[in-house]
Design a protein around this ligand. Sequence first.
Ligand code: NAD
Length: 271
Amino acid sequence: HHPKPGDEWAIDPAPLYDAPFYLGSKKLEDKVALITGGDSGIGRSVAVLFAREGADIAIVYLAEDRDAKATKSAVEAEGRRCILVKADVSERDQCRNAVAQTVKAFGRIDVLVNNAAFQIHSSEFAELTEEHFDTTLKTNLYGYFHMAQEAVPHMKPGSAIINTGSVTGIDGSKALVDYSMTKGGIHAFTRALSGNLLGKGIRVNAVAPGPVWTPLNPSDKEADDVSKFGADTPMKRPAQPEELAPAYVFLASPHCSSYITGEILPVVGGY
Ligand code: NAD
């Protein structure tokens, strides 16, 4: 399925999981995963594939505008448990509560996926307001930091943290100056924290997506941008969220990546 302008943003992942994306050997059997932004886009496809691999899921979501309940049903359809926790990750006490709710429901956290992020395109640097800048930093940097610091005391050796970075954190995007800045910060955070947590047996890695067809990106109001979206990748298209999720399974599962920590894994269509 190659997305076209005018397509629905929300794509039913079921047909995609039928073939190449079904790893299917329970690489996360009985693990507990907390996923921020797990109600939408990449986070949603990670939640569903983690459940298919055997994990129970806590979905941290910000607002009712995405379909958290549908994601919960999709996780439960895989035979796993799912809780929904509403939290703004830019607020420390809401992160603490999200971790507490997860531990109350499932007893521990084996995988933390820091994935919720804020982004607004602005072609003129001078147009970036201080309020916009604050929201970007508080969501994308403070949010990842708070969630990691709150979760780590509940994580045993063998656990993993996966941060969603971005190709913009490597190359920078001229229309996303503040966002690129936070994504570069997330990559450095990943490398630094991986060293810090080695002694606790917790691995820390990042996935750096290229363009992915999710609600984060230009809406149909900007059909021109959408049609160009992904055109500068060698594959000449954006990824579907379901094409990102297996990278998270790989980095989450000790069966796949026990000797990998502090890495940034690009999933960028050859870019
Ligand atoms: P998305 O909009 O579907 O998901 C983002 C999620 O973050 C949403 O559920 C949103 O509600 C949540 N969120 C935003 N602010 C929050 C806050 N303060 N507290 C809690 N939740 C909050 O978009 P997506 O593309 O799936 O994004 C997931 C991750 O992938 C993000 O980190 C994004 O930066 C990254 N990424 C996306 C692309 C892309 O092209 N879509 C490319 C590179 C990286």
